[in-house]
Ligand binder design. Structure first.
Ligand SMILES: CCCCCCCC/C=C\CC(=O)SCCNC(=O)CCNC(=O)[C@H](O)C(C)(C)COP(=O)(O)OP(=O)(O)OC[C@H]1O[C@@H](n2cnc3c(N)ncnc32)[C@H](O)[C@@H]1OP(=O)(O)O
Length: 289
């Protein structure tokens, strides 16, 4: 028998009960934040992290901070793997919450972009096994974050890619580099100059995603199979191999930090870009895109 704690409300008072839990019972530990739900399965010691910020899981400052902090907690708990998905089938994330870009305040833009980069780096650099279950559209920032994972499965009939150019914006070089790592330089060049969103099938053919699944449930069990397939691989050797294969990209991204942040602040904070962003928001609201 394990002992577990359960908190319940009785007549308006919170009471804590000690529960006896049979060993075979699969227990879930939850420690979700406002916009990101987390469950850790005690049997498999695997975490599922679900983005949950209606309407489109837009990546605002809070979501990024919560995501980064939850990943740190999962690292400390030494889980066997982390599955990243959306709580809402149909949209993994609409990418950056455009409201975060609607400002010329250089300090705000700098803070946002620093957090965005740090969160990406946390995911890219974590020693934990990470699998993205892309269970919906995944434009721009959504595509970028999934490329940071070790493995990607995606449900049919959605879109993924870097569409920034279509909006009149320029994606960061490190997003282009990361996509080029997966699909090759030539295909990345074509994709980013066109601002192309790929269908699930196209993304699979190119290697932007690893496998296609029919729905979220199948995606989650596929992700668990991938994590299980590493069970007999010596942990330390896997972690060092992951670090080595990612070191070059990481070194470049860190070396270019100041230039990248300066470029972002100048690009997004210019009046010309602000007009473009405003027009895009109006298009989005009137569904004319
Ligand atoms: C270092 C060099 C410089 C670096 C420069 C970097 C620049 C980086 C720039 C961009 C990166 C990004 O991530 S920009 C965001 C790109 N994302 C998109 O273009 C996605 C836009 N959204 C959609 O395509 C669709 O909304 C959807 C497919 C995600 C979902 O479609 P659905 O039909 O289900 O929902 P709606 O379209 O009706 O949307 C509902 C609701 O949400 C608002 N919305 C959608 N996306 C965003 C967003 N990204 N940010 C803020 N708000 C968004 C949409 O307007 C609707 O609002 P209302 O209900 O109020 O109308």
């Amino acid at each position: 028998m394990f002992k577990g704690i359960c908190r319940e409300t009785h007549n308006g008072n919170m009471v804590t009960k000690i529960l006896k839990i049979p060993k075979f019972f699969t227990c879930i530990r939850n420690f979700s934040s406002e916009n990101v739900l987390v469950e850790v399965n005690n049997k498999t010691n695997t975490a599922i992290l679900r983005l949950s910020r209606p309407p489109v899981n837009g990546l605002n400052l809070e979501v990024l901070n919560e995501f980064e902090s939850l990943l740190s907690q999962l690292e400390q708990q030494k889980v066997n793997g982390v599955i990243i998905t959306s709580n809402k089938e149909g949209i993994l994330t609409g990418g950056i919450d455009i409201a975060e870009l609607q400002t010329i305040d250089q300090r705000r833009l700098k803070k946002y972009w620093t957090t965005f980069r740090d969160t990406f780096l946390k995911l890219y650099n974590t020693p934990l096994l990470t699998v993205a279950v892309i269970n919906g559209h995944s434009p721009a920032g959504g595509c970028l974050f999934s490329t940071a994972c070790d493995y990607r499965v995606m449900t049919r009939n959605y879109n993924i890619g870097g569409n920034e150019t279509q909006l009149g914006l320029v994606a960061p070089i490190w997003f282009m580099d990361r996509v080029a790592d997966l699909i090759g330089h030539r295909q990345a060049e074509l994709a980013f100059t066109q601002g192309k969103l790929f269908s699930t099938d196209e993304a699979h053919k190119l290697g932007l995603i690893d496998e296609i699944v029919e729905n979220t449930a199948e995606g989650l069990s596929k992700a668990q199979i991938i994590i299980n397939s590493f069970a007999n691989v010596p942990k330390k050797a896997r972690e060092i191999s992951k670090r080595f294969t990612r070191q070059q990209f990481l070194d470049k991204m860190i070396r270019d930090t100041d230039d990248d942040i300066r470029h972002f602040v100048n690009h997004i904070g210019s009046n010309e870009t602000q007009k473009i962003i405003e027009q895009y928001m109006q298009k989005l609201k009137s569904k004319r895109f």
